[in-house]
Design a protein around this ligand. Structure first.
Ligand code: GLC
Length: 432
């Protein structure tokens, strides 16, 4: 009897001390504080930074500049699949297994809520506070995309908005609405050695969701409204889907357009194969890269064509987060701070054509010289009014429903009406 009493007292003490130790180590990891305190100044630390394939030189340039400023931190770049869904699944597998292999990673704008809820990434609030970083200097929408339950889980690195890029030596001005642009694409196909008239991303993956969101919104529809209600089964959304299906089945897009993601479409565009492409802002820097592009100096950018309700761009972008299981949170933070701070974002903008999330950088002369369209009204409006995808922790489930139903409609296995109805009921179920 006596013995078991002592044993349980001992167990309670042991549990309490374990809890205390765990609390302390949690605090350390998020405090911008002292878990690396005993490290000597010149001890070398290597951190692993993961992101999708970078077709531009931006990532290499950022790492070079960072290592120069932090000679004791080496950054190893781990290239992940460029398809954002495949990239997502790779992180989820690693982080479910509590892997510490990757320290820093870029998150698509649609993931932070899920990653925060699953405990994959570290809250950054203490780091921000310690370093006096004011999130008010950043684009509000981008900040809020990584804010979940009152805490900040990732730093906004760049914003994306879908735009129309064109070859200026083939056409001086793209038509402003979908029907006219389709005729123009059809007429220009074959001009100046082009093989196609229009390029988009129509594979069954996240990029198709973005293209669909744009078509739907430009005809006045939406998937989820401001109150979080599913409203996709509407006349407007159906019109948008009809137009998407028409474009994807036209004879001016590549026959295998349903295998096209960003790399397939941007490669074809910089090879000079199409007068038009729908893509993200990085397309501009890439098309002007002399080592890769055949259309340097001949690239224009305008908002996407208008439907009945005007032009609409999907809101995209990437945030940078720290793995909750990283063994080098301090060094990881230094890199996140640099890459998503003014210096890193400037490199991203100049070498990668990426739109900054720090608002004042839109006035930086070197950035504007590299990306003259950053100051154009059409681009600024597209960024400001870009349409978000549903912001929910189970976003991958919602995205999959949209991908499947839109793909079926493109393949002619369902009508746009049926696709809208199926999305409505399936998304409603998933959001319950
Ligand atoms: C871009 C966008 C991202 C989007 C993806 C789709 O990378 O920034 O938000 O999910 O394209 O392919």
């Amino acid at each position: 009897m006596k013995k078991s009493k002592w044993t349980s007292l001992f167990s309670i003490l042991l549990i309490l001390s374990l809890i205390l130790a765990a609390c302390n180590s949690n605090e350390d990891s998020g405090s911008g504080g002292n878990d690396d305190e005993n490290k000597s100044e010149d001890e070398q630390v290597t951190i692993v930074y993961a992101r999708g394939q970078d077709a531009t030189k931006a990532t290499d340039e950022i790492i070079k500049a960072f290592e120069k400023e932090h000679p004791n931190i080496n950054v190893e770049f781990r290239e992940m699949p460029s398809d954002t869904g495949a990239q997502h699944d790779a992180y989820v597998t690693a982080l479910n297994g509590k892997s510490s292999e990757i320290d820093v990673m870029d998150l698509d704008v649609v993931w932070p809520a899920e990653f925060a809820q699953a405990g994959y990434v570290m809250p950054l609030d203490r780091f921000l506070k310690n370093d006096g970083i004011d999130l008010k200097d950043y684009n509000e929408g981008a900040v809020s995309a990584a804010n979940f339950e009152g805490r900040q889980w990732a730093m906004p690195k760049f914003i994306d908005a879908g735009m129309l890029f064109y070859q200026t030596d083939i056409t001086e001005e793209p038509s402003k609405n979908w029907d006219e642009l389709m005729s123009q694409a059809s007429e220009l196909k074959g001009e100046e050695g082009t093989k196609f008239g229009y390029l988009m991303q129509a594979k069954q993956y996240e990029g198709l969701v973005c293209n669909a969101v744009e078509f739907i919104a430009s005809y006045g529809g939406s998937i989820v409204n401001e109150d979080g209600e599913v409203v996709v089964d509407s006349e407007e959304s159906i019109k948008g889907l009809e137009k998407l299906v028409e474009v994807a089945n036209s004879d001016f897009v590549p026959e295998n357009i349903t295998t096209f993601t960003e790399p397939e479409s941007h490669t074809s565009f910089i090879e000079g194969e199409s007068p038009f492409i729908r893509n993200w802002p990085y397309q501009y820097a890439l098309a002007n890269d002399e080592e890769q592009s055949k259309i340097v100096g001949n690239v224009g950018v305008v908002p996407l064509p208008e439907g009945d309700a005007g032009s609409a761009a999907a809101l995209g972008g990437w945030m940078t987060a720290i793995n909750q299981f990283s063994e080098h949170p301090e060094e990881a933070w230094e890199f996140v701070k640099f890459m998503t701070g003014p210096e890193g974002q400037k490199i991203s903008a100049i070498h990668g054509g990426l739109a900054p999330t720090i608002s004042s950088l839109f006035e930086d002369e070197e950035i504007l010289e590299a990306n003259p369209f950053f100051k154009e009204e059409g681009f600024v409006n597209a960024l400001e009014s870009a349409v978000s995808r549903p912001v929910v922790p189970n976003y991958p489930e919602i995205s999959e429903i949209i991908q499947i139903e839109v793909s079926k409609a493109i393949a002619g296995e369902s009508t746009p009406e049926e696709a809208a109805k199926a999305m409505q009921s399936k998304i409603e179920n998933a959001m319950k």
